[in-house]
Design a protein around this ligand. Structure first.
Ligand SMILES: NC(=O)C1=CN([C@@H]2O[C@H](COP(=O)(O)OP(=O)(O)OC[C@H]3O[C@@H](n4cnc5c(N)ncnc54)[C@H](O)[C@@H]3O)[C@@H](O)[C@H]2O)C=CC1
Ligand SMILES: O=C(O)C(=O)COP(=O)(O)O
Length: 409
């Protein structure tokens, strides 16, 4: 009897963008040896070539997984985003192909929060421009425009995992914290919800963005938003490069409306460390520019490597989609002594009845069945006796609306 439905040494795993070695260790320990790694994102042709026969793909924020790429990756079973954001993946296309997408929703949040906190302190003191001047041999010893954080107001846009942590840390520095979120959120510490986005902009000394990339957050900080901003405020963006209109920020810096900024993410980011970083913001000493490293700490990357690799291994070995962002989540126990049949299908009426008709006509004894659906897709996992599993499995593939089936021995 085979240990798994598909021999592990035939399963190809591709890990790109310098995913931490902790991920490889998890795959190896689980018996997966066919692992291809790259320290950067790959150009389209190389990506298509390496994915032509790959089963699992691991990426970070740079690799774009488009419908076209999925078309060229016929064996792809699941994708791991070894980061928080999943906006780089076409989530609808993957879901309609039955490819779960996993991420690490928490592991790098502390790293981002610490970076933002440090940047805020440095910007309030005017350190970036004093530092740049000192490197040129200038000595700017002065208290002018140099402030403590204590007593200042921090405005957090997007009060999620990162925003809330920054709020707590900032309160410990003696700051007043207000936030704006499209969802109603529990205020932690003494934080207050702002009445509106515009009110937050007008009344905060420092504004920091922690929203995901969505159509609504695109250019959320545009020319009009800058007009609402308090004169001389500091702006921080370590969320996504689409959130702040860089030309509008350029103008706000030139006019002095913004007294300093820290930007970690950009509308267009260099594809590798060998490519030039091009931005009008390079001209400003009072802007901290970092190369999308908010979540790049040794601690976060090692933890993310383990977390996402474990999710992929679990999906491969056991069928669990727990914490997938695009496929109904089904948490599964082990299936010792049984065969597990996983069926991902379009969510059309009557499909569960058809699945169970097949089990019944094959006299399959169902030990357990798990089902979750979302608007478009359903996921049914059925544990049955070994004797009838293969025939039932073959018949399940013929049900109209079937997207993907797997059998786990
Ligand atoms: N620079 C870096 O290296 C990193 C960047 N990120 C980015 O930070 C983002 C936030 O991360 P988390 O706090 O963990 O996410 P989260 O999902 O916990 O929080 C996001 C918050 O934004 C809110 N939100 C969504 N749309 C909004 C809108 N239009 N206006 C106001 N609020 C809105 C949500 O309701 C939620 O509370 C991620 O989506 C990712 O893009 C995350 C990690 C590292
Ligand atoms: O976690 C995220 O969403 C990030 O932006 C971090 O991206 P990275 O893994 O550093 O490419």
């Amino acid at each position: 009897m085979q240990a798994t439905s598909f021999e592990k040494d035939k399963i190809k795993i591709v890990l790109l963008e310098g995913i931490h070695a902790s991920a490889e260790k998890v795959f190896s320990a689980a018996g997966y040896q066919n692992i291809v790694t790259a320290t950067k994102s790959l150009p389209k042709s190389e990506l298509e070539e390496v994915l032509a026969d790959a089963h699992f793909l691991g990426i970070r924020s740079r690799t774009q997984v488009t419908e076209e790429l999925l078309e060229a990756s016929p064996r792809l079973a699941a994708i791991g985003c070894f980061c928080i954001g999943t906006n780089q993946v076409d989530l609808t296309a993957t879901s309609l192909r039955g490819i779960p997408v996993f991420n690490a929703p928490f592991a790098n949040t502390r790293s981002v929060a610490e970076l933002v906190l440090g940047e805020m302190i440095l910007l309030l003191r005017g350190v970036p421009q004093k530092n740049a001047a000192a490197h040129r041999g200038e000595w700017l010893k002065s208290a002018t425009n140099s402030y403590e954080t204590r007593g200042k107001t921090l405005g957090i846009v997007g009060y999620g995992h990162i925003g809330t942590q920054i709020g707590i840390l900032a309160e410990n520095l003696g700051m007043s914290v207000q936030y704006f979120d499209i969802e109603s959120k529990l205020a932690l510490g003494n934080a207050q919800a702002a009445d509106s986005y515009e009110q937050l902009l007008a009344t905060s000394d420092v504004v920091t963005f922690h929203v995901p990339e969505t159509p609504i957050t695109k250019n959320m900080m545009d020319q009009q938003a800058f007009e609402h901003l308090k004169e001389g405020a500091i702006l921080i963006n370590a969320s996504r490069g689409t959130v702040v209109d860089i030309d509008a920020l350029d103008k706000a810096l030139a006019s002095g409306r913004v007294s300093g900024a820290a930007i970690d993410v950009f509308p267009v980011e260099p594809k590798s460390n060998q490519d030039e970083f091009v931005s009008p913001l390079r001209a400003y000493d009072n802007v901290i520019l970092t190369p999308h490293v908010g979540g790049s700490t040794m601690e976060a990357q090692a933890n993310i490597g383990i977390e996402v690799a474990e999710k992929l291994v679990k999906y491969s070995d056991n069928g669990s989609t727990l914490s997938a962002v695009n496929i109904p989540e089904v948490a599964l126990p082990s299936h010792e002594g049984k065969h597990r049949i996983c069926h991902i299908h379009r969510n059309i009426p009557g499909i569960l009845a058809k699945i169970n008709d097949i089990f019944s006509s094959n006299n399959a004894n169902i030990a357990a069945q798990f089902l979750q659906t979302n608007e478009k897709v359903g996921y049914v996992v059925t544990d049955i006796d070994r004797s009838s599993s293969v025939k039932a499995f073959e018949e399940l593939k013929t049900i109209e609306g079937t997207i993907r089936t797997r059998i786990l021995y």
